[in-house]
Design a protein around this ligand. Structure first.
Ligand code: PEP
Ligand code: MG
Length: 916
């Protein structure tokens, strides 16, 4: 016999003494339901007696191909006998039978995913006992027919419709409309019919333990056999299809198994002094301190959930005749539970002939608004500390507060789905180009920009659109990064959308529907779905509670008594975003992507710089760029006076600023056909040749980052001059500009050294010209594995390191950041090759590179600071690893993620303190 304990008792013995063996800390042994039943019983709440079979037993049983581990059945039989003794009743007894429920209960809540059997223990003898005890034959026969129906369907897999059809037939024969009008005799007959359905539809060969009559299996009368088969069915339901899908969606491991709770039945359907209900100790929608929930008189639990009858508000329970004292007791239970769990709880209860029984409790799920309200009120009530309040809020849930959403109370049929790239929902007319987006938006229409993928030139359309949808690209694609930055909802990689932008139609794979320009669609970037037509949106609610929690979070994360402060910066490249980010609590700008300042009218200027070989034209272009860049920086540094602004030198592959050669080719062909003059055609052909000459096979690994500064050495001169000039002028105006210059995509120390010399020369020149002393730190962006390996060397020449974890992920894995998420990452996650999407949650190897580079950098230069500005800087899970494992000083993320980053940074600090 195995020495591990497989069965834990809860409830009281026959003398009313508690015999509970488990407690609420045993989730992974007893499942959530079992652990909390044990806890409620331990603290003296009225819980019907029972026992829990452990999750580990389920794992062993399933792992051995549905074979019981040695000794397990003996333990269950002993627990069953013990329960009978405690209740003073026997399963199957003909005079006063014990009936039990058999319910699943996994370590994490999986509502409705696994199996439950009620009224177990009924047979032809015990139904008579139930009649004798209740003096209610109708109730007894109804319970028996429900048991046969549930057992046959759940345990033996008989089609539920066969029973429903027989029930309909019984109503027809009796001439009644609803089940409750069937008489005791009707139900008794139905029991025989149901047993017949069982015999006809169960395969005797699969269940050798069943008795056989006339070659057909007989519904089992032996309660012990009923119980064993029911427990086996609950174990089996752990691996049913819907449970597996649910676990995958919620990131729950398949290896945990489910516990099984066997518990004496309490009946809420024994007349007008019986009832059943579900409740919360506080309002889970808005957090108001009130008892919240519903009950039904004379009903079983499933009737409340099924919504067949109108329920009564829980507040009326204690004034309902016959239920007054149970209602009063329930309110006392609410208070006891809150006091004990120090949190809002949800509850299932049954009142059997005036006696209250608690059937379940757990810490209740709640909306983000409610989570904030409850946490703050519990601090005010002295129930929890501020630190606990901060650690209880789920940072990811804060998105609910900052963006409009699909109305959660409604169901939507998705036209297609993609990646949930930027949270929030939007409704608008389909447009296929940025120009159309702007034109329609100017006419007052709301539009959704639908593109194969976006590029920097789409910015104006993206700004004009309510939402963005792409059929290509992942969560770090251009569309995703920009949309998140702007707080615009975005669904990326909707692969079933075949977009024909020229024809302005979308054909949808697997659907007859064809979308045309002007058709209205709704997108939900929180879930990654697209719906045909307009969906009602629930608007964002910004409450003072968010500010309160975030101010507590700030106190915690900036506390330097345990390690350094955890700072939060923002990725912003225009004054509007910078202002928004300041409102959201960003401390500085961690990344200003200067390429975003080269769009719109300025694209022509950069094009003439790149494509012309006339030196005068090139110099004029640079002079024009210098002027506009200086203006940009003046505005940015002014908005951010007194705060650091990390300006990154130009980074993207240059072709992002050039025309699409395919489009240019089409334009030339059209012009040729229209008889354009030779001079114009020759100029266009030269332009095409130049653009073709810039095309690279792997632009993401090509002429970009620091390499641009080395090849086009005038570019960094111009950019640094703009930064330094803006800073010098502002200093003279009394403003406190704090620019820092960052060199992107460095892999070789000499790249950094050479560019740093240029940067310092220009800063010194501007200092002289403007007569102002300038102190502008120069840092390196570490986004290539090689740079991390030689970080100790680079650190001699850098004032700070900032990790570009998007590119670092791309280059560590060798996964294209623009393709991998649409092409194979979901499959990799499905096949469990990957646990998380590494472009969303930082991978352990990438985190290790960051950790190692920080360690190396600090060893060379203890005064350096370290940050992260890839998308991981806004992902709560990654933030904790970045602060606590890699030991960076700050994370930098898009404006709308700043609040959640502040919260996650505080939670990281709390975790670090706990493990210190
Ligand atoms: C990065 O690579 O993580 C980064 C922030 O730079 P970008 O996304 O602009 O390449
Ligand atoms: Mg990068």
């Amino acid at each position: 016999m195995s020495d591990c304990k497989r069965v834990y008792r809860f409830g009281t013995d026959a003398q009313g003494t508690r015999v509970t063996e488990g407690d609420k800390s045993m989730n992974f042994v007893l499942g959530g339901k079992g652990a909390n039943l044990a806890e409620m019983s331990r603290i003296g709440l009225p819980v019907p007696g029972g026992f829990t079979i452990t999750c580990q037993t389920c794992v062993e049983y399933s792992g051995a191909g549905n074979v019981w581990p040695e000794g397990a059945l003996d333990e269950i039989v002993a627990a069953e006998a013990d329960l009978e003794a405690r209740c003073g009743k026997k399963l199957g007894d003909a005079s006063d039978p014990l009936l039990v429920s058999v319910r699943s209960g996994a370590p994490f809540s999986m509502p409705g995913m696994m199996d439950t059997v009620l009224n177990l223990g009924l047979n032809d003898d015990s139904v008579q006992g139930l009649i004798a005890q209740t003096q209610n034959p109708r109730f007894a026969w109804d319970s028996y027919r429900r048991f046969i129906q549930m057992f046959s369907n759940v345990v033996m897999g008989v089609d539920a419709d066969l029973f429903e059809n027989a029930l309909t037939q019984a109503r027809l024969v009796a001439g009644v409309r609803v089940d409750s009008e069937l008489s005791a005799e009707d139900l008794q007959e139905l029991v025989e019919t149901f047993k017949g359905i069982f015999s006809e539809n169960v395969d005797a060969a699969l269940y050798p333990e069943l008795e056989v009559a006339d070659g057909k299996p007989v519904f089992p009368h032996d309660p012990e056999l009923q119980l064993r088969l029911a427990i086996q069915a609950v174990f089996g339901s752990w691996m049913n299809e819907r449970a597996c899908i649910y676990r995958k969606q919620h990131g729950i491991s398949d290896d945990l198994g489910t516990a099984v709770n066997v518990q004496a039945m309490a009946f809420g359907n024994k007349g007008e002094t019986s009832a059943t209900g579900v409740a919360f100790t506080r309002n889970p929608a808005d957090g108001t301190k009130e008892f919240y929930g519903d009950f039904l008189v004379n009903a079983q639990g499933e009737d409340v959930v099924a919504g067949i009858r109108n329920t009564e508000p829980i507040a009326d329970l204690k004034t309902t005749p016959g239920l007054e004292s149970a209602g009063e007791e329930l309110e006392r239970v609410f208070l006891t539970l809150e006091d004990h769990y120090r949190d809002m709880c949800d509850i299932e209860f049954t009142i059997e002939q005036g006696k209250l029984w608690m059937l379940q409790t757990r810490v209740g799920k709640r909306t983000a608004t409610a989570a904030l309200r409850i946490a703050i009120e519990m601090v005010e009530e002295g129930l929890i500390t501020r630190e606990e309040a901060v650690s209880r809020i789920d940072p990811a849930q804060l998105d609910q507060l900052l963006h409009p959403q699909f109305d959660a109370s409604k169901k939507y049929e998705a036209l297609a789905s993609g990646l949930n790239a930027s949270p929030g929902a939007a409704v608008g007319e389909v447009v296929f180009s940025s120009d159309d987006a702007v034109a329609r938006a100017n006419e007052g229409h709301k539009v959704i920009l639908v593109r194969w993928e976006t590029n920097p030139d789409d910015l104006k359309g993206m700004v004009a659109a309510e939402g963005i949808l792409t059929s290509h690209g992942g969560k770090t694609s251009h569309a995703a990064v920009i949309a998140r930055g702007m707080g615009t909802p975005c669904v990326c990689g909707v692969e079933r959308f075949h977009i024909d932008a020229a024809e302005k139609v979308v054909r949808i794979e697997g659907s007859e529907r064809v979308l045309h320009e002007g058709d209205v669609i709704s997108i939900d970037g929180t879930q990654g779905i697209v719906v045909d037509g307009a969906v009602d949106l629930a608007s964002a609610e910004l409450t003072g509670d968010l500010d309160t929690i975030l101010s507590w979070a700030d106190e915690i994360r900036l506390d330097e008594t345990c390690g350094h402060a955890n700072h939060v910066r923002v990725n912003a490249d225009n004054p509007e975003d910078a202002e928004l980010a300041l409102e959201f609590g960003a401390e500085a700008i961690g990344l200003c992507r200067t390429e975003h300042m080269f769009l719109g009218d300025r694209k022509n200027i950069i094009q003439s710089f790149i494509l012309s070989d006339d030196e005068t034209v090139k110099q004029q272009a640079l002079a024009d760029l210098l002027k506009v860049q200086t203006e940009d920086f003046l505005a940015m540094f002014k908005t951010m006076s007194g705060r650091d602004v990390v300006v990154r030198l130009l980074d993207p592959p240059l072709h992002e600023f050039l025309d699409d050669p395919r489009e240019l080719e089409v334009a030339i062909t059209k012009k040729e056909a229209a008889g354009a003059n030779e001079e114009e055609l020759a100029a266009l052909r030269t332009r095409l040749r130049r653009i073709d000459g810039m095309v690279e096979s792997n632009p993401m690994l090509g002429l970009r980052g620091v390499r641009l500064s080395v090849v086009f050495s005038d570019l960094p001169l111009m950019q640094v001059r703009a930064v330094a000039t803006a800073a010098a002028r502002l200093i003279k105006e009394g403003v406190d500009p704090r620019p820092e210059i960052m060199v992107p995509l460095v892999s070789i120390t000499a790249e950094h050294v050479q560019i740093r010399e240029v940067i310092e020369r220009v800063i010194a020149e501007v200092s002289d010209e403007e007569g102002v002393e300038l102190n502008i730190p120069v840092g390196t962006m570490l986004e290539l594995p090689r740079a991390c390996m030689v970080a100790d060397e680079i650190a001699h020449y850098a004032d700070f390191f900032c990790f570009g974890t998007n590119d670092l992920t791309q280059t560590t894995f060798g996964f294209s950041r623009d393709d991998a998420e649409a092409k194979f990452i979901p499959l990799y996650m499905h096949k469990k090759i990957l646990k998380d999407n590494p472009f969303e949650t930082i991978d352990t190897a990438v985190l290790e590179l960051v950790r190692m580079a920080v360690e190396k950098g600090r060893a060379t230069n203890p005064d350096m600071h370290f940050g992260v500005c890839g998308e991981h800087g806004g992902d709560p899970k990654s933030i904790k690893g970045l602060f606590n494992v890699a030991d960076v000083d700050y994370v930098s993320c898009s404006p709308y993620r700043v609040p959640l980053a502040r919260l996650a940074a505080a939670q990281a600090k709390l975790e670090a303190k706990r493990s210190a």
